[in-house]
Design a protein around this ligand. Structure first.
Ligand code: DAH
Length: 341
């Protein structure tokens, strides 16, 4: 090759570059460009190889030309590389852009069943007063559910508790009172317990009856307890659960396992009497002093210790608190109802 030919070749390569470089718009195309000009078999490299064919005295000048060409293309390539990379990053960011103004995904949160809320709250009230929480089986024997509570087989009071019998001598407990017997039989006095639990009765479901419902039983047995202590505990409970705006009334009742027996009513203070059934009084529980026969049955000495007990309906408490008028709503698992509490 002559020096002139080499110079012409340089010009050609420069033109080829000028043309080819305009069409490289992504990193792969730029890389292909680099290979085809500066790679081992690239056109610039080929001209360098041709340098050897020049007469020695012409090589220095031609080498300068070539180095200038290589420098030009190298720096143009670098510029091109930087540009397509910037573009690639830009378009990736555009594709991944998040629109923070779009509405978020809403996930519904679960919550405690209203009866669970009420049960826990009542447990807390009595735990703060020094009571323990006890429990007993939902399937009971006739002995614990009735006999030991002074309700023998032929006692007319059994009519108050229409029972689901499972087999002779076994039934679903009709109240939480049998837990009183179980606890007293398992330990000496004093006893301070509350027992929450499910109860069952053969009642036809209506707005105020459900064949399954919940009670909380309280029992306090100790030396020297009187009705006055019972009244104090009831007052504490009504104030803690319903708030200060309620008044309480205790009147006589009958339960075979308490003597005397009482029923407890509450009323919102200042509630207009005329507009409410029974003067606005609502029964919230049965209560009484534990009958001596019951204390004797569990091996306690009624001359030494006395006690009182009560049983309240959890659904009744929840209905009063939230103004729910149909007990069946608590058992239908309709989220539209449950999510209001
Ligand atoms: N066990 C009774 C019922 O279910 C309620 C009750 C009344 C419980 C008086 C008591 C009590 O502990 O002393 O109807």
């Amino acid at each position: 090759m002559t020096p002139e030919e080499l110079q012409a070749r340089c010009e050609e390569v420069r033109k080829e570059w000028a043309e080819a470089s305009t069409s490289a718009h992504d990193p792969a195309a730029v890389e292909a460009l680099r290979v085809s000009f500066l790679g081992r078999k690239g056109s610039v490299t080929a001209v360098f190889d041709a340098l050897r064919t020049l007469p020695p005295e012409a090589r220095a000048g031609a080498g300068k030309l070539l180095n200038a060409l290589k420098g030009e293309i190298t720096s143009a390539l670098e510029g091109l590389q930087a540009e397509v990379e910037r573009e690639a990053v830009g378009s990736r960011l555009a594709a991944e852009r998040h629109d923070f103004t779009l509405p978020g995904k809403w996930r519904p949160l679960g919550r405690l069943h209203p009866l669970t809320q009420v049960r826990r709250e009542i447990e807390d009230i009595f735990m703060k007063l020094g009571f323990d929480v006890a429990s007993g089986p939902e399937m009971e024997t006739d002995y614990y559910n009735f006999e030991a509570l002074a309700i023998p087989a032929d006692h007319p009071a059994r009519d108050d508790w229409d029972s689901f019998y499972i087999e002779e001598g076994r039934l679903l407990r009709t109240h939480t009172s049998p837990v009183q017997i179980r606890v007293m039989k398992s330990q000496p006095p004093p006893v301070r317990i509350v027992c929450p639990g499910r109860c069952y009765r053969r009642d036809n479901p209506d707005a105020t009856h459900s064949p399954v419902f919940h009670q909380i039983e309280l029992l306090w047995v100790e030396k020297g307890l009187t009705m006055a202590h019972l009244k104090w505990i009831l007052g504490e409970f009504v104030r803690a659960f319903f708030g200060p705006g309620y008044e309480m009334r205790i009147s006589a009742d009958f339960f075979p396992f308490t003597e005397p027996s009482a029923q407890v009513h509450i009323r919102r203070q200042g509630q207009a009497r005329a507009t409410h059934h029974a003067g606005g009084w609502l029964e919230i529980m049965g209560a009484g002093m534990v009958a001596p026969a019951v204390l004797t049955e569990v091996g306690y000495n009624p001359e030494e210790v006395t006690g009182f007990a009560f049983g309240l309906g959890v659904e009744r408490m929840a209905m009063l608190r939230w103004g729910v008028e149909d007990i069946r709503l608590f058992f239908q698992n309709d989220v539209r109802f449950l999510s209001q509490f």
